[in-house]
Design a protein around this ligand. Structure first.
Ligand SMILES: [Zn+2]
Length: 186
């Protein structure tokens, strides 16, 4: 049985997906799925979310408005494939949190990847890692970062006490769709 970390009633707990789905169904709430390797979140049936190598513990879930706000607070942005922003009242639910966090005032700007780009450095690793007690296989950060930027992120990771996963960027033309930053440090 696959257990998932889910945020509900102000805390994360680990629960079987079936139980989470039944609970959300009974409460008529949405379940939001956040992928820590990419820093994207969306719907649980997202095709992009199901593609590629991932472990079930690379996903954290949130239920309803509270879960959605928590996922925003942790630094996740909308998945461009399943577009969670198309769900009812999406902007109304998150607009205060988005404004407080990014000083962004419209849904259009919040979902614009030229404004908030694909960059998993944005997510609160320091809060997430001790909860899930694991690291993803890989982390997607932007291409063409400087050595210093990559090193800063690695150092941030080291401070959490967790093992550093493969850090790299999205590469649509290679089979793995991922290119690891190959930089050596002293
Ligand atoms: Zn998606």
């Amino acid at each position: 049985m696959k257990n998932y970390y889910i945020y509900n009633n102000e805390k994360f707990t680990k629960k079987p997906l079936k139980e989470i789905a039944e609970y959300a169904f009974n409460k008529k709430e949405n379940i939001w799925s956040a992928r820590i390797s990419s820093g994207l979140f969306g719907l649980t049936n997202c095709k992009a979310g199901n593609r590629g190598p991932k472990k079930y513990n690379e996903i954290i879930l949130g239920i309803g408005n509270e879960g959605l706000n928590k996922i925003i607070d942790l630094g996740f942005i909308t998945c461009p494939v399943c577009k969670p922003e198309k769900t009812a009242n999406f902007w109304e639910i998150i607009k205060y949190k988005v404004n407080e966090k990014y000083n962004i005032n419209t849904l259009e700007n919040f979902t614009d990847k030229n404004i908030l780009n694909f960059d998993a450095r944005r997510i609160k690793w320091e809060e997430i890692l001790p909860i899930i007690n694991n690291v993803p296989n890989r982390i997607y950060i932007p291409k063409n970062l400087s050595k210093k930027e990559i090193k800063d992120f690695k150092n941030r990771f080291l401070k959490t006490g967790f093992k550093i996963p493969a850090i790299g960027y999205y590469s649509p033309n290679v089979s793995e769709r991922f290119t690891k930053y190959d930089i050596h440090f002293d």
